[in-house]
Design a protein around this ligand. Sequence first.
Ligand code: NA7
Length: 533
Amino acid sequence: MTPQARYDAVVVGAGFAGLYMLHRLRGLGLSVRVFETGDGVGGTWYWNRYPGARCDVESMQYSYSFSPELEQEWEWTERYPSQPEILRYLEHVADRFDLRRDIRFGTRVTRAAYDETEHVWRVETDRGDRVAARHLVTAVGCLSAARVPDFPGAASFRGPSHHTGRWPHEGVDLTGLRVAVIGTGSSGIQSIPVIAEQAAHVTVFQRTPNYSVPAWNRPLEPEYQSWVKANYPGLRRAMRESHTGLLDPGNPGSALEAGDEKRAREFEARWAKGGVTFLGAYGDIGISSEANEHAAEFVRAKIREIVADPEVAEKLSPRNHPLGTKRICVDTGYYATFNRPDVTLVDVREDPIVEITPTGVRTAAAEHPADVIVYATGYDAMTGPLLAIDITGKGGLSLRRKWEAGPRTYLGLMTAGFPNLFTVTGPGSPSVLSNMIVSIEQHVEWIADCVARLRAGGVAAIDADPLAEDAWMAHVNEIAGQTLFVRADSWYLGANIPGKPRVFMPYVGGVGVYREKCDQVAAAGYEGFVLSS
Ligand code: NA7
């Protein structure tokens, strides 16, 4: 038997989080092994190669801040970065910081078990690796467990079918084909206009219409890029202290107190600017149904303005959830695409999908022929990628068991009973409600500092105190309950996965407030954690 390789730390995943985690831990002089399922770096941006894939956070804000040199040398080309550009950026980062030599690609971690006698994690992979490490960091992404619904007959379909998050690397030529797209979240909304340009016909199967705001994407103005680069330190600080990790601080005023005219002006200005900061028009949009309805109706009016057929416009108009309670989408020509004669919208609440046939999609009312099916059907968000690994902590406690009724963490960083296991942007942290890069950097830096202090102090293990975890979970739930978020059947709540517990997973308190809390905990000698030598 070969002796088990030993590392100071194992990191799972080589996306934005895993790459930076590796860099920081290596900077502390630790031996680190990263395991990555993909054959290259990039995580989300390695997998999501569907037509039109683009980030909805602006380029100048969707980048690492840890290296001023990197920040200055990288040139973004568009207001919103496309998937290929983000992937190029991450490949550059991997090369620049010589990260690849510690990453094992094409390797999925299948199991991780905590060995209490030695205070190490024993990690296994699908390639037969057996390694041990004092610290285990999951950097597995929040939207990486792709989900294809279990439609009857799906296997009988004769043509190719692709989930947007598992798009073939060589691309898919849709020229002249009939394409069925199922799902109208961000991935559907971004890809449908691009697919429609190529395909002979597109049939869009929509279960829930979403609110979408124009991106007004364009080449990045060189003057703007230079200005941001010259002012990065202050701008990054503002992002870290903000609510969402974005530069737009949002208007704290009330939509209810603003008169009709002022409100319309504010919404128009934000629509004209484009992007997710539409949500920041008024401070009460996220908490008052009445305030929210003003913003929602503004978007519906825009849909009616853009879409020529009033019946189609009505079908595209979201009415069953408040604006922003499912992730708001940012599009390029989405609504206008439905004015094309070769694009058909099917409302599957009215006319449900019955089965996939060898030649298309059959709904209760009709057969929709298709040569290709695109599943833009989303992810088992946040917990999916973690629970895909068989993780067992102290006393053989399995994470799947512990989280049966929903994820439980202290600060979204650790879960009691699983010592030395850290989760980057895990449930219970701002994570998907924020600019992910800001949240990733904050977690990575907190974890690296923690590991350094534990090692310096001869501490063998850190674990969350169950009481601190209970209190944190109560707080996470309480503040989510004060918002409209809990009113939508969203993936934030696990509602898109049949049987998944309905628990609001991310922390809505804001990245600035959250960072302060994490820093206070560390400054107080890791309050709420149990340290053992
Ligand atoms: P999303 O946002 O989860 O969207 C998935 C879409 O697929 C959504 O419209 C779903 O409708 C639809 N869906 C899921 N299951 C079905 C079935 N069974 N039948 C019909 N339609 C279905 O995933 P995306 O990939 O678009 O975006 C993920 C995130 O990436 C996004 O939020 C950004 O953060 C970036 P539903 O709304 O559940 O009724």
